[in-house]
Design a protein around this ligand. Structure first.
Ligand code: ADP
Ligand code: MG
Length: 360
């Protein structure tokens, strides 16, 4: 296992990149601690696989360094990096049995058969595939094949990092949640450094202790699932995480105060920075309540989603989602919104621009 450092990393697939848009990765600096469970989360095309392939050595970055335990591995080929990677689609040997597939990475390294047997049984047990060990891999369902791919990545205990690139793509929706929690459990038992790449917030937030959110080749925030939910550093993170995502409302700043549709909205704390532009208020649907007084709004849509309702209201053309725990209002009703002050943030050009009340 190893600590992984990415330093001043940039990557372009073009031979002579000119503008920032020519870079699939614009500037990446990261430190991943030994034994951690990390997720890389972002929409398709934001550069997740590019980053993963640079860590595994399938790609050499245009600029910058990759370090394993402070040792520069930037130019080492994959087979000298001691890593295991699981891809979107299963990579197994169809003609071999499940047992031989799992044993393969160990046999490759000359581990003795007794030790191999022990380790294969252990991993098979964790993945619940023990009863398939003598089956030929070609006969397996896609999700079982993917489980075996994961098993092959986990069977060695001497790898620097185990990386998963959208591994649940081929898995049936009803099995996804099962494998998702299985992976978390596996991390706790194996304690290897693991990096899990996905565009699915639920997968990232269930698996990782720390999530790196990427957008267009850049990191917009690194944090625990709770930090990402509670204090999005960028409106992109606010939108991307949560369902529905954070409400982002245009506002005007006058004398250090934020006005939404002419109403003075108290913020969590002092506004920081002077060159504010494209200012917006960010507040999650969970932190708005309906009261006898507040910002006047019209109810446009009510969705009952079990434990609570999502009420969509309109204020002068801005749509706002509100989570309502009790009896929801009716369509067309006039309601009054109360924003929980310590959860009301200001964003400027997309970036968080308020200080946290207590912490400033
Ligand atoms: P993600 O895994 O987040 O979906 P990728 O890392 O695959 O994103 O892609 C990032 C960007 O780099 C995208 O704009 C993609 O089109 C581009 N890209 C990926 N692979 C190549 C390649 N082999 N050649 C040229 N451009 C590529
Ligand atoms: Mg990808």
């Amino acid at each position: 296992m190893a600590k992984i450092t990415l330093s001043n990393l940039r990557h372009s697939y073009y031979p002579n990149p000119k503008t920032a848009d020519d870079f699939a990765l614009k500037q990446i600096d990261l430190d991943w601690q030994d034994g951690g469970a990390y997720a890389l989360l972002g929409p398709s095309g934001c550069g997740k696989s590019t980053l993963l392939n640079i860590i595994s050595g399938l790609l050499i970055p245009s600029e910058g360094k990759v370090l394993f335990d402070n040792k520069d591995v930037t130019n080492l080929p994959p087979d000298q990096r001691n890593i295991a990677q699981v891809f979107q689609f299963p990579v197994i040997y169809d003609t071999m049995t499940v047992y031989d597939n799992l044993a393969f990475p160990l046999r490759n390294r000359g581990v003795n058969e007794a030790k191999i047997g022990e380790r294969v049984l252990e991993i098979a047990g964790m993945l619940e595939v023990t009863d398939m060990l003598q089956t030929r891999a070609s006969g397996l369902s896609p999700d079982n094949k993917q489980k075996i791919s994961m098993g092959r990545a986990l069977v060695r205990d001497d790898v620097n990092v185990v990386m998963f690139d959208e591994p649940l793509t081929v898995i049936d929706p009803h099995l996804k949640w099962k494998l998702r929690s299985k992976l978390k459990e596996l991390h706790q038992r194996v304690r290897a450094t693991m990096i899990y790449v996905t565009h699915d917030q639920t997968e990232a937030l269930t698996f990782a202790d720390q999530v790196v959110v990427m957008q267009m080749g850049e990191i917009v925030q690194i944090g625990t699932p709770v930090e990402l939910f509670e204090r999005p550093n960028h409106t992109f993170v606010g939108h991307f995480i949560g369902s529905p995502g954070m409400n982002v409302l245009p506002c005007e700043i006058r004398e250090g105060r934020a006005f939404f549709n002419g109403v003075d909205v108290p913020l969590e704390g002092e506004i920081r920075g002077k060159d504010l532009a494209n200012t917006e208020i960010g507040i999650r649907p969970e932190f708005i309540s309906l009261g006898p007084k507040g910002i006047e709004a019209k109810v446009r849509k009510v969705s009952d989603i079990g434990r609570h309702s999502i009420v969509e209201v309109d204020v002068a053309g801005s749509k706002i989602a509100v989570v309502v725990e009790d009896e929801p209002p009716n369509l067309g009703d006039t309601v009054f919104l109360i924003f929980q002050q310590d959860q009301t943030r200001l964003y400027s050009e997309g970036w968080l621009a308020t200080r946290n009340g207590g912490a400033s």
